[in-house]
Design a protein around this ligand. Structure first.
Ligand code: HEC
Ligand code: HEC
Ligand code: HEC
Ligand code: HEC
Ligand code: HEC
Length: 174
């Protein structure tokens, strides 16, 4: 299933003709999120920004609070046992401890707002996550592929070189 997802993602990138080769690592280790959250069932209902509220305005996209989930899950929207967990977290007054897939080292400068203002869309860097039924690959410090699984700097640089954006070390390294 994972291989298929990787294949599909590869295909989407090729078919999409996106100039940037988002080289997802081959050996994605499985990440088991506390709740298996299927993006696809939600992105058909609301925009990315409904949950990743800060993405247009700040460097960070942000992950949703349980209150955002409960906006819909207060009602009986799903019979799935995974959806039942949403309510259990809420009843306990806890946030969901999501495992981060994309996360950079603290000494790297990166801004979502800035990149979105350049006209890039989420897909350019995050691939088909919006269509995923269960996402389990990533990059970065706590990424599932680990620091060795993916050449993260190469990913940034490939696009920067192609678009004439900064490639000097201090542009990205604080
Ligand atoms: C805009 C309303 C809305 C919001 C906000 C929302 N959900 Fe859902 N969710 C739904 C609906 C509707 C379904 C049922 C979809 C279906 O069965 O096709 C669902 C289904 C699910 C399921 C079950 C999926 C499955 O495999 O059947 C999970 C798990 C889930 N949501 C988790 C979450 C979490 C976690 C959040 C907060 C980050 C969240 N949802 C926010 C509307 C929402
Ligand atoms: C209903 C809420 C909701 C919507 C809508 C939503 N997301 Fe998410 N997103 C989440 C949750 C919850 C997580 C954490 C769980 C996970 O990684 O699967 C997450 C994780 C992510 C991550 C991984 C972040 C990290 O570092 O762990 C990316 C990237 C992402 N979403 C992009 C998108 C994009 C792009 C869209 C629109 C196409 C979108 N999301 C729409 C709730 C949502
Ligand atoms: C130019 C590449 C790029 C684009 C375009 C991009 N992202 Fe990201 N995204 C990243 C990187 C890199 C990280 C890790 C950032 C960090 O750790 O500081 C990230 C992290 C995230 C996270 C985890 C939470 C956070 O705030 O770090 C979410 C959610 C996310 N992105 C959603 C989105 C959505 C939604 C869009 C489109 C509206 C988008 N991203 C567009 C590269 C990108
Ligand atoms: C898909 C293309 C793309 C990717 C991938 C990408 N960038 Fe960029 N980045 C750009 C563009 C375009 C600019 C703006 C160039 C200009 O100034 O005209 C930019 C500018 C920047 C700037 C300068 C911001 C400023 O305030 O001057 C930083 C820092 C940066 N990117 C960091 C990163 C990092 C770190 C990554 C990898 C995690 C990354 N970028 C990945 C396209 C990309
Ligand atoms: C476009 C952004 C960008 C530019 C320009 C850039 N780097 Fe990086 N670099 C990164 C990112 C992103 C990582 C991975 C950080 C992580 O793992 O979270 C990284 C990682 C590294 C690492 C591995 C250790 C570490 O800090 O994680 C070294 C060493 C490094 N860069 C050196 C350089 C040097 C030397 C230059 C200039 C010739 C340079 N970088 C230019 C973005 C950049």
């Amino acid at each position: 299933m994972r291989e298929f997802a990787a294949f599909l993602l590869g295909l989407l990138i090729i078919v999409g003709g996106a100039g940037y080769a988002v080289a997802y690592a081959n050996k994605a280790e499985e990440v088991v999120q506390p709740i298996r959250f299927p993006h696809a069932k939600h992105t058909s209902l609301v925009s990315c920004q409904t949950c990743h509220t800060q993405v247009n305005d700040t460097p960070h996209a942000g992950l949703p609070k349980i209150a955002t989930c409960m906006g819909c899950h207060q009602a009986d929207v799903s019979k799935s046992p995974e959806a039942a967990k949403v309510r259990q977290y809420s009843d306990r007054g806890e946030e969901v401890p999501w495992i981060r897939l994309y996360e950079l080292a603290d000494d790297i400068s990166f801004s979502h707002r800035f990149h979105l203002k350049q006209g890039l869309d989420c897909q350019a860097c995050h691939g088909a996550i919006g269509e995923s039924t269960q996402w389990n690959t990533g990059f970065g410090k706590n990424g599932t592929n680990g620091p060795s699984g993916r050449d993260l700097m190469g990913f940034c640089l490939a696009c920067h070189q192609g678009r004439g954006a900064a490639t000097d070390c201090v542009a990205c390294h604080k």
